[in-house]
Design a protein around this ligand. Structure first.
Ligand code: NDP
Length: 246
């Protein structure tokens, strides 16, 4: 893959992905990591200092009005090339879990961040993804055009056996539906769309009780990304390649 754009790259899994891809033997020509505030994104800035193929752009995924300008910034980095991979990673969860505690504002924030933002960003970057896909001899893989949505097993309806977490679960279930729908809409363009669950990982969102480290999850996600093919199109996979039930 020549280029990848990763949202929410200043900490957690997004930062881990930028770091490992920058060190990869087949490091992409362009790794664009987004964050809400460049000044505060010290770890991401450090990676950029060490790797000239790493670029940083500011993006608040809820601010869809900024997407036309953001797309121009992406184009300026890629020059004549299209974008191979859009990795919709940025996400948030709300604290309250049970029906008696859930608030309207929590649904609004979580849906804007986990569903509306990623889908509208995909729409904005679609011409660049289509360009990369049409210029590649390979289809439905990261060397062509691919959209990877960072989902969660908590968004699986089949695997939900403990309830609660309304905004987060519902937003990821809806994101999974967007994955499936996009995979149908973009099939004729040769663009692969898939949802990935990263495992339960020690990050601010995953919490300190999580069993997996960022590096462990990310190295397996990169292996999975490299092996993505048409059979993964419109599907939901765990970090280790296991297919998950919707
Ligand atoms: P973190 O809380 O560590 O990082 C979240 C990232 O998303 C940060 O970079 C954050 O930026 C960014 N973000 C949040 N809101 C916005 C916004 N409005 N605009 C732009 N960026 C935003 O979480 P993780 O790294 O754990 O999570 C990454 C993804 O993985 C999420 O989609 C999450 O749902 C998913 N996931 C994580 C699991 C885990 O166990 N960790 C399990 C299953 C799924 P900022 O610093 O500005 O807030």
């Amino acid at each position: 893959m020549k280029s990848i754009l990763i949202t929410g790259a200043n900490r957690g899994l997004g930062l881990g992905l930028v770091k490992q891809l920058a060190k990869d033997v087949k490091s992409p020509k362009y790794i664009i990591g987004t964050c809400r505030n460049i000044e505060k994104a010290k770890d991401l800035q450090e990676v950029r200092t060490q790797h000239s193929n790493v670029h940083i752009l500011e993006l608040d995924i809820r601010n869809t009005d900024s997407f036309p300008h953001f797309t121009e910034e992406v184009k300026n980095i890629l020059c004549v090339d299209g974008l191979n991979v859009l990795f919709n990673n940025a996400g948030c969860a709300s604290k309250s879990t049970r029906i008696n505690l859930v608030k309207t504002e929590q649904f609004t924030e979580v849906f804007q961040t986990n569903l509306i933002g990623p889908v509208m960003l995909t729409k904005a970057l679609l011409p660049l993804l289509k360009k990369a896909a049409s210029n590649s001899p390979k289809q439905y893989c990261i060397e062509g055009g691919a959209i990877i949505n960072m989902s969660s097993i908590l968004g699986s309806i089949t695997l939900n056996d403990i309830g609660g977490m309304y905004p987060y679960r519902c937003s990821k279930a809806a994101l999974n539906m967007a994955t499936k729908t996009l995979s149908i809409d973009l099939k004729s363009d040769g663009i692969l769309v898939t949802s990935i669950h990263p495992g339960w990982v020690k990050t601010d969102l995953g919490g300190q009780g999580a069993p997996m480290q960022v590096n462990d999850s990310i190295s397996q996600i990169i292996d999975l990304m490299k092996n993505l093919n048409e059979s993964h199109n419109g599907g939901f996979y765990q970090y280790d390649g296991k297919k998950l039930e919707w």
